[in-house]
Design a protein around this ligand. Structure first.
Ligand SMILES: Cc1ncc(COP(=O)(O)O)c(C=O)c1O
Length: 480
């Protein structure tokens, strides 16, 4: 009987599953080239260089498909505050997934992690700032899009229908939605996608190393501030809803402002009744050596605060549009009661993402990562400054664990190595070859922004690799 018993049927699809998996593994690079679209990547580049496929991460390190190990000197994309694959975040996500993987927060519905994270955030700011209202998004662009719409809504509901322009700064980066692209002051992002939404205006940035007005700080008359004041005067304060600014410009070249800059910006916004949106998508959660960068310079009160990246250390997409409760309450007071706030994304206040955010903040606080960022940030900057021995290293700047080298062909004139933008890419390539990932920007800079868990020994390793990679880059590009 037993011999004639039918063997249990093979699970359907078992072979079909294993077969293609092997083939897919072997051909991943080919499939990537064929099917995947990469942000900030020229399609022809992928034909020349195979995609770098990262398959594993742990703490400061990551590994590619061939098993080669890399030191992640850029925390993914300025986002992995607690490093790769933090077990506490993984556990929190796993637990929440098993309990409730998703439910909408539209129409007043809710879930515990989003409530707890909003309440937690409200305790993390200076209570005098009244930053107690938050909705969670999937990242920085959605967050800023939300802020711009709410700033306009706030004024328009009060009858100020002309008060709708958004001011931002040259070199700023605020995301890749249409409005956030229009607010972004790195102009290649604007090319060939016309028309951009109306009502976005840029003013000068406090980019002292390449001052638009050819002035030197200290000793200048803060022409960048004057530019802001004059723009407000010319446009009319009654037409401007908000001014959006990163406390330290990130993608535009890692540009920390002089200490006088933001206190004056706050005064100007107050004087002209303009909302100040601080975009802390990069700088939030310890990156600059304070929990939030607006705590520097004596403390700057944002009316709206944009957060993302470090809020979940990139483990799950999450952003937060935080606002002064007065803005929310005013909207509530004036909005027609038969009409909800007509804004929302499917994944707003996502329970799993918010669970990741809660666990991530707990790790940052319990492991004292903000203090570490402050101390090790100074050490990183000291190390990077030693690289000024190379003639191509023009400026070294940073705040906390957010730092950059600006590369120049001529130190006196501060002009780029030619062809423009080739040097940062070349240096980044040389670093990859030596097992280090850092990132170039279009502003002739190479940025270093490791996870906040980094220690001094690992910082030394970054500097050593750069010390070897910079001459290799110079050999290829200088004196051509
Ligand atoms: C300052 C700032 N704001 C907004 C964004 C957009 O965020 P996301 O890419 O998550 O949409 C970024 C992304 O790098 C950023 O650096």
């Amino acid at each position: 009987m037993a011999r004639t018993k039918k063997r249990p049927a093979k699970k359907r699809g078992t072979r079909a599953y294993h077969g293609p998996a092997v083939v897919i593994h072997k051909n991943l690079a080919e499939l990537d080239r064929k099917f995947l679209i990469h942000p900030l990547t020229h399609p022809k580049d992928l034909e020349k260089h195979p995609p770098r496929i990262i398959v594993k991460g742990k703490g400061m390190m990551m590994w590619d498909l061939e098993g080669k190990e890399y030191l992640d000197g850029f925390a993914g994309l300025w986002c992995m505050a607690v490093g790769h694959n933090h077990p506490k975040i993984i556990e929190a996500v796993h637990k929440q997934m098993k309990k409730l993987s998703y439910f909408t927060s539209f129409h007043g519905h809710s879930s515990p992690p989003s409530i707890e994270l909003a309440a937690k955030l409200a305790t993390m700011f200076n209570p005098a700032y009244n930053l107690t209202r938050t909705w969670f998004t999937c990242g920085g662009s959605e967050t800023n899009e939300t802020q711009f719409k709410m700033a306009r809504l706030y004024w328009q509901l009060q009858g100020k229908t002309d008060k709708n322009k958004i001011l931002s700064r040259r070199f700023s980066y605020h995301g890749m939605g249409l409005a956030t692209t229009a607010a972004t002051g790195i102009f290649p992002f604007h090319w060939n996608i016309d028309p951009l939404p109306a009502g976005f205006i840029t003013v000068g940035a406090p980019y002292c190393y390449q001052c638009e007005w050819d002035k030197e700080y200290p000793g200048c008359d803060f022409e960048c501030i004057t530019d802001l004041e004059e723009t407000i005067k010319n446009e009319g304060a009654e037409t401007i809803a908000a001014f959006v600014a990163e406390p330290v410009i990130g993608s535009g070249g890692v540009i920390p402002p002089p200490k006088e800059y933001f206190p004056r910006v706050r005064e100007i916004c107050d004087k002209n009744n303009i909302l100040l949106i601080l975009d802390e998508v990069i700088t939030g959660f310890g990156r600059t050596g304070k929990m939030f960068a607006h705590e520097h310079w004596g403390g700057i009160r944002p009316d709206m605060l944009s957060l993302a990246k470090g809020i979940s250390s990139g483990h799950i997409p999450l952003g937060a549009a935080v606002m002064n409760a007065k803005i929310y309450d005013t909207i509530g007071e004036y909005q027609d009661e038969r009409m909800p706030i007509m804004h929302g994304f499917t994944y707003m206040n996502h329970p799993v993402a918010c669970a990741a955010g809660l666990a991530n903040i707990e790790v940052i606080e319990q492991e004292g990562l903000v203090k570490r960022s402050e101390e090790n940030g100074k050490y990183l900057l000291e190390g990077l400054r030693t690289l000024r021995k190379y003639k191509s290293v023009g400026d070294v700047r940073g705040l906390g664990l957010l730092a950059a080298l600006e590369l120049v062909g001529d130190r006196e004139k501060r002009t780029p190595i030619l062809p423009e933008n080739s040097a940062p890419d070349c240096l980044v390539d040389e670093c990859w070859k030596r097992g280090l990932y850092i990132r170039s920007s279009t502003m002739e800079t190479v940025a270093v922004a490791p996870a906040l868990i980094i220690d001094k020994k690992t910082i030394d390793r970054i500097i050593d690799i750069l010390d070897d990679a910079i001459p290799a880059m110079e050999k290829q590009l200088l004196n051509k």
